[in-house]
Design a protein around this ligand. Structure first.
Ligand code: NDP
Length: 405
């Protein structure tokens, strides 16, 4: 019996709303709010069409999530217990401020990023710890798939298999095909900023910086494919190396096809991925924002997407029995099945389902304590049990090293 507000009606917001509709004994009333209210209305119309049995009561509203007073007024008028933020990382702090002002719990799937600097880190959000704690409120950060499920998988390794995790490799393979020459699977601006930034991994107590896409290797993704994968910096590394201090090296790998990299490097070389505003016909505009406007919307890729994703965490170190151990925990998600279920591709699906699960565990009190937390700070078992129920089955593979040194 819970009242929840979802902010953001893009690819991920669509999935979160539909999974809440499926889980109607927990999510009884949902307000879906975003900048463009027609997108919220369309999602709710689809819910009525595809999930006619759902008892969840949906309403929609327009909101500018950059504006704290406007957000606070909407939160007050609806009175939710929890806000699920699946707008953009730029809005994290304003939404956290509004939650503090109105006394409401908070959850997001991506850490704060200032609009004018391509830099994401947890420091801004961790700075809210005391304020949330004192208000008796909880903020759960990065509860999508990566970050999110990958943090849970790491906690699961530590709880069930390892006395000491020494090497951690998070791997993210999208072996799907959408048939477009060039498109990104989630918000193009955020996605391109992430990939064109320098790579970074953790080794022996410090960050090692690499050029963008400098380090690569072929990785076998069980039952999916062997794909060339590249080291890039990903936000969960920051909290995982703090919360699991035995980790000597932590890396994040992602697959990119040759064609994708070719298009991206051309766009980058002509300046189209720049976040520096230029003056165009009297108006200041960041080239990457313009690029976003001309690229296909991520949600428009869903209908024709085929193939699978495989995202997992390989841990290597000393097992509970004192012997050397390597173990891989992962999920495989099928684009076409995700589309059949919630009219979304697998990237949005694998993000939206964990957001719904995190919200459910908070509302049920299983994951609830005042303060600001990353996902690995909670018991991984109920989360993994819920992934198996809600469409993201979890598998394990022991003794095989998929990612090499
Ligand atoms: P989209 O761009 O598809 O959707 C973003 C939504 O937020 C849009 O509906 C947009 O509105 C809305 N929005 C943007 N700015 C505002 C604002 N100021 N006020 C109100 N609403 C606003 O992105 P995705 O759905 O793909 O991604 C959503 C979030 O999920 C992002 O933060 C992304 O980084 C994160 N993510 C996390 C992953 C993980 O595994 N942890 C993986 C993939 C994504 P409008 O429609 O009007 O533009």
């Amino acid at each position: 019996m819970s009242r929840v507000m979802i902010i953001g009606a893009g690819g991920v917001g669509n999935v979160v709303a539909k999974k809440c509709a499926q889980n109607d004994s927990v999510f009884t009333e949902v307000l879906l709010a975003s900048r463009t209210v027609s997108k919220c209305d369309r999602i709710v119309a689809e819910i009525r069409e595809h999930f006619p049995q759902s008892q969840t009561q949906f309403t929609t509203a327009a909101v500018d999530a950059d504006n704290v007073p406007e957000l606070a007024a909407l939160i007050r008028s609806f009175g939710p217990e929890l806000v699920i933020n699946v707008a953009l990382p730029y809005q994290d702090l304003t939404i956290m401020d509004a939650c503090l002002e109105t006394g409401v719990h908070y959850l997001d799937t991506a850490n704060y990023e200032p609009r004018d600097v391509a830099k994401f880190e947890y420091s801004w959000q961790w700075a809210y710890r005391e304020r949330f704690e004192q208000a008796g409120l909880m903020a759960l950060l990065g509860c999508g798939f990566d970050p999110g499920a990958t943090n849970v998988f790491t906690a699961y390794h530590a709880k069930h298999h390892f006395s000491e995790i020494r090497y951690l490799d998070i791997v993210d393979c999208n072996n799907g095909s959408h048939g477009k020459a060039f498109a990104t699977n989630f918000n193009p601006e955020i996605n391109i900023r992430e990939i064109t930034a320098n790579g970074r991994y953790w080794e022996n107590g410090q960050w090692v910086e690499t050029a963008p896409l400098e380090i690569s290797q072929d990785i076998y993704y069980p039952n999916v494919a062997t794909r060339k994968s590249f080291v890039l910096y990903h936000e969960e590394l920051e909290s995982l190396v703090i919360n699991f201090p035995t980790i000597q090296r932590a890396r994040f790998w992602m697959t990119f096809g040759e064609q994708y990299i070719k298009y991206l490097s051309v766009l980058e070389s002509v300046g189209m991925t720049s976040i520096e505003p230029i003056n165009f016909r009297g108006e200041e505009i960041a080239p990457i924002e313009f690029l976003k406007a001309v690229l296909p919307a991520p949600e428009s890729l869903a209908a024709d997407y085929t193939g699978k994703t495989c995202i997992g965490v390989q841990a290597r170190g000393i097992g509970k029995d004192g012997s050397e151990l390597v173990n891989f925990v992962y999920n495989i998600c099928d684009h076409a099945e995700a589309y059949r279920e919630v009219q979304a591709q697998a990237i949005s699906y694998t993000t939206g389902v964990p957001a719904m699960i995190g919200a459910m565990l908070m509302l049920q009190g299983e994951w609830m304590k005042p303060g600001v937390y990353n996902v690995e700070e909670f018991d991984p078992d109920p989360f993994i049990a819920a992934m198996n129920v809600w469409g993201l089955p979890v598998d394990e593979l022991a003794g095989i090293e998929l990612v090499r040194d």
